[in-house]
Unconditional design. Structure first.
Lengths: 158, 423, 423, 158
């Protein structure tokens, strides 16, 4: 808690650019998988008390594999792009793989050093968010909602 | 534009250049840019006089109060009670005994709901609120209603987020035990017609609590002229330290109310079987109070009184007027609340159709501009507005028109940054 | 003996000469005499590190927390939550989520009585206290008992003001819902055998609240080793600012408890009809917290940790031992509490047969010596001792053996002043 | 609330001597009217929450005149001497005169400048107490107890 010096400012500027990386802005401007699924296996609503944003995750799961996903709702660029990126990342994955992704992504957001970045792929673009503690909840909203959906599906344990 | 070097001539009712020199934090830079602090409705900055009062207290007078027979204890007690007297004068309370110190506005309102509320609100009663209340003036009443089986009623809003007073007759009647209403909205800026509401309420035998968190810091307040029964506000929003709130109440109400918290200080006589209570206001101040911060709050009040609350109000009207004019010139920006600055405090809440307040906030932050983005602890109001939140700039005595320019320019950058047109 | 110039070599576990240099107030004079501050059980003095933390916060970082998306808000939030983590480590709580910030010990205990108490204490229940409790750990339970029709039971005292544990079996049984007991007595110094009491209580399914207002500042505390369910203490008694208290509770208890105060910050989702609560510990922190003082309290904890709580305890035992030996040499002085310093904190409470504590206090004050005189918020205990009050000297890290000498000399003067022999 | 200088110390020293004036110490060492009255017209208990002191005032009132008074209980030198001086001051006075004394004495203690010192006589010795706010309650305890006794006698209004 001491006053930042000029070097610090340069670092902070860089952080902003890291927060809003091009891939994030792209997902924000052109979100993937926004359409709802007609008869989802499970559908779940999520809520971010900080900003009041709501999100809905629909899943179509067959034989333990996420065959389709849709994410709807309003939100900031971080929550929207995170939801979009998540939807791309999980389609075609098994429930177990999605669970590992959830674990890896939330660990990255908590600032853990011990995260398998290969596993996360494009999701790594959101790493910059962890420098902005209030925004972390934006980035994880879709993921927590997804996980609750999966827990509902598997009856409490996913 | 470092605040330390601002020496423009005073043009408005306040000599802002001079005032800014009293606020050390205004010399700070954020991301290399001068801090433009426009989050005053959340909490205000503190002048060095207030900070120095804390230092002076801890370096020279610190002691526990009211029961000490030593010199430090007497000095601390006198200073603490003098601060109470200052608060009383500031809002024109009839006597210092009507002033209870709490932690914040929220605790002050909870105190009323727990003590007066539990004793006076029954299953047949109505509790009347408005749709623009801060959660702190909403949830205590919801809980009381749930506990007592009382009914909640809400005064609705017009399209300009003023209170819809047509049909008030139907909402207010002889079973309406309390009307709890904000003096000025922290979310959209509306100033409510408290005088008229109190008159209407008292005709029905309804007690009135006014949430003054956004009025006491920004305009002259006279609780006797207003004729309200309870009035609550927070020191930290009016140049004072964190950790101090005020509950004003009519003396008769305080006298008949049960204590809230129990322990040291608030008692007369204690046996193993039970206790009798101290006189008001001490009956409501259990345990060691926030002595240092109460004393420093007294100094904040001196500072505001020195500026003159009429001048504070005039300055904020000027700056709000300018901000609204500048924002109206921007494409797409939608401003909430009444159009006339005479009807609003120094809060300007706005939205873009397709830009999320959080994103605005983050980009503005990068430009040194601190605003608030979100629901402002008024989720029901946001739902009525059909948004999850708004971006909010809120002003105080040290803000300048130039800072509004910085805000507007930064908004332009945010707009461009997130524009769909850019690749 | 100005504190600024003391440079004696450290003889005991603490380098007191050096410590004193950190406390600006110790350079103060009272009635022309150097201040000898022996009222530490009421409130402690503050080192410049703590005072500077307040200044730094207000001059550089001040903002409201948890919902701000600007730089100051993030800095303030991080510092506030870091203080919570420091408090957790200081008492070895399993995690920061077990730490709720209140105004003081009194509010912490009231919080438990209001929320846990109302939900868990019924008409058939017993509430078990001791006869040495501070009013703050007495009246909240008396009120709860009265509201719920529960019964109050008291653990009695021996002639040396230790707990009478013979017959505890009869007092503690499966209808004893809670045992609320002080860790160390502020009035007579006794340290209670909390470990044994907790074991006994938990065997009966009894929940235990420990009033740590006089232990956390003065000795190592490990809530997990102690195995208590609730533990409450105040920052202002341990080098921290006024306006901050701590409630530690086992996580499961916090999770199941209803909120206490309601308003901003403690909610998840609010509609016009009702609300859902935030996670612990924020569920219990309604409204703007005392941000600056919590952060400065974190610095006080750093300071104490730097000294080492084992050393603090050893220093106080040394000084208490010396004070008791000096006082025992004086004619007529009667000292309360257990004779062995290992069984007591740094509090020495005493009386003369025919000299009123208030008169002692006033004469001592004239000599620069600040002690407390009165019932110390333990009126039932005073009644048991058969006195209206006692004179109490209480020590802390900056007190010296020389100050005890000044106390003893001043007592001699008081004795002479009121002697019936003089004309 | 600024740090007192040396002059200030001298003033404070003087105040202590003023607090414990010889006449006060004399009343403390030799309290008057301590014995209880066998069949008092009215008897009242008073309590000082600050220090826990208790006091009992017995009155024998005949034809509107205080014929005898007794004050018992423990307390500090200030409360004891004040009770003793009060007992001397009121014996032989009418209830109305006692009421004026009460008014004058408590006004003096509140620091009022508008007090008839002639009326108060010896009681003026306690004037120094008002410089010690916490001790004021000690000095007024006996008086408030007396007044409550008189109010009881006259049925609420004295
Ligand atoms: C044993 C004990 N419990 C509770 C308290 C109350 O502390 P606070 O006044 O900070 O609420 C005190 C301090 O006076 C104390 O000594
Ligand atoms: C209108 C209104 N009421 C109540 C509050 C709550 O104030 P505090 O957080 O100081 O308790 C606020 C501040 O956020 C407010 O703006």
């Amino acid at each position: 808690m001491t006053r930042p010096n000029e070097d610090e400012y340069a670092r902070q500027e860089a952080e902003i650019d890291e927060l809003y990386r091009e891939v994030i802005l792209d997902h924000y401007r052109h979100p993937r998988n926004r359409a709802s699924i007609e008869s989802p296996t499970v559908s779940r609503q999520g809520y971010n008390p900080l900003c009041g944003d709501e999100i809905v995750v629909d899943l179509l799961v067959n034989g333990g594999v996420v065959e389709d996903v849709a994410v709807r709702g309003g939100g900031c660029s971080i929550s929207q792009s995170s939801a979009s990126m998540m939807s791309e990342a999980i389609v075609g994955r098994t429930v177990d793989e999605v669970e590992s992704l959830f674990g890896g992504f939330t660990a990255m957001m908590r600032g853990s050093d011990d995260v398998d970045l290969d596993l996360l792929g494009d999701l790594e673009a959101l790493m910059g968010v962890r420098k902005f503690p209030v925004r972390v909840k934006c980035a994880t909203l879709a993921w927590h909602t997804l996980r609750e959906a999966l827990q509902e599906l598997t009856g409490g344990k996913a | 534009m470092s605040s330390q070097n601002v020496s423009e001539k005073p043009t408005g009712p306040l000599d802002v250049g001079r005032i800014r020199e009293d606020f050390p934090i205004l010399g700070r830079r954020v991301y290399g840019k001068p801090l433009v602090y426009l989050d005053n409705a959340a909490t205000s900055q503190k002048p060095r006089q207030v900070i120095e009062a804390l230092v002076r207290y801890y370096e020279q007078h610190n002691a526990n109060i009211h029961r000490a027979i030593h010199c430090l204890g007497e000095e601390a007690t006198a200073a603490y009670e003098e601060a109470r007297a200052k608060v009383a004068r500031f809002i024109n309370a009839p006597s210092p005994e009507c002033i209870v110190f709490t932690r914040n506005t929220t605790e002050a309102i909870n105190l009323v709901a727990h003590t007066w509320g539990r004793a006076n609100v029954g299953p047949q009663a109505d509790i009347l609120l408005t749709q623009m209340e801060h959660h702190s003036n909403l949830i205590p009443w919801q809980r009381l209603a749930a506990e007592k089986g009382a009914s909640l009623r809400y005064i609705g809003l017009t399209n300009e987020q003023t209170l819809e007073l047509d049909g008030l007759d139907e909402l207010m009647h002889d079973r309406t035990r309390i009307l709890a209403v904000t003096h000025a909205s922290n979310a959209v800026g509306t100033i409510n017609p408290i005088g008229r509401l109190v008159k209407e309420a008292h005709r029905n035998g309804t007690t009135v609590l006014v949430d003054g968190a956004q009025s006491a810091p920004h305009m002259p307040v006279d609780v006797q002229a207003m004729d309200c029964d309870f009035f609550a506000f927070s020191a930290h929003k009016m140049l004072g330290p964190t950790g101090v709130g005020v509950l004003y109440a009519r003396r008769e109400l305080l006298d008949e109310m049960e204590p809230f918290l129990a322990g040291g200080e608030m008692i007369k006589r204690v046996t193993l079987e039970g206790a009798t209570w101290n006189d008001v206001p001490w009956k409501f101040e259990a345990g060691t109070p926030n002595i240092a911060d109460v004393i420093a709050f007294g100094v904040a009040i001196d500072y505001l009184t020195g500026l003159g609350m009429e001048n504070v109000r005039a300055h904020e009207m000027e700056i709000t007027d300018y901000a609204m004019r500048r924002l109206r010139q921007m494409e797409e920006v939608f401003i909430y609340g009444p159009p006339d600055v005479a009807d609003r405090g120094g809060v300007v809440s706005f939205n873009y159709p397709d830009l999320h307040p959080h994103d605005i906030g983050t980009i503005l932050d990068r430009e040194g501009v601190a605003i608030r983005a979100g629901h402002h602890c008024t989720q029901p109001l946001m739902r009525i507005l059909g948004v999850s939140g708004t971006a909010r700039a809120s002003f105080y005595v040290y803000n300048t028109l130039e800072e509004v320019d910085v805000l507007v320019e930064a908004l332009g950058k945010a707009r461009a940054f997130f524009s769909n047109d850019t690749p």
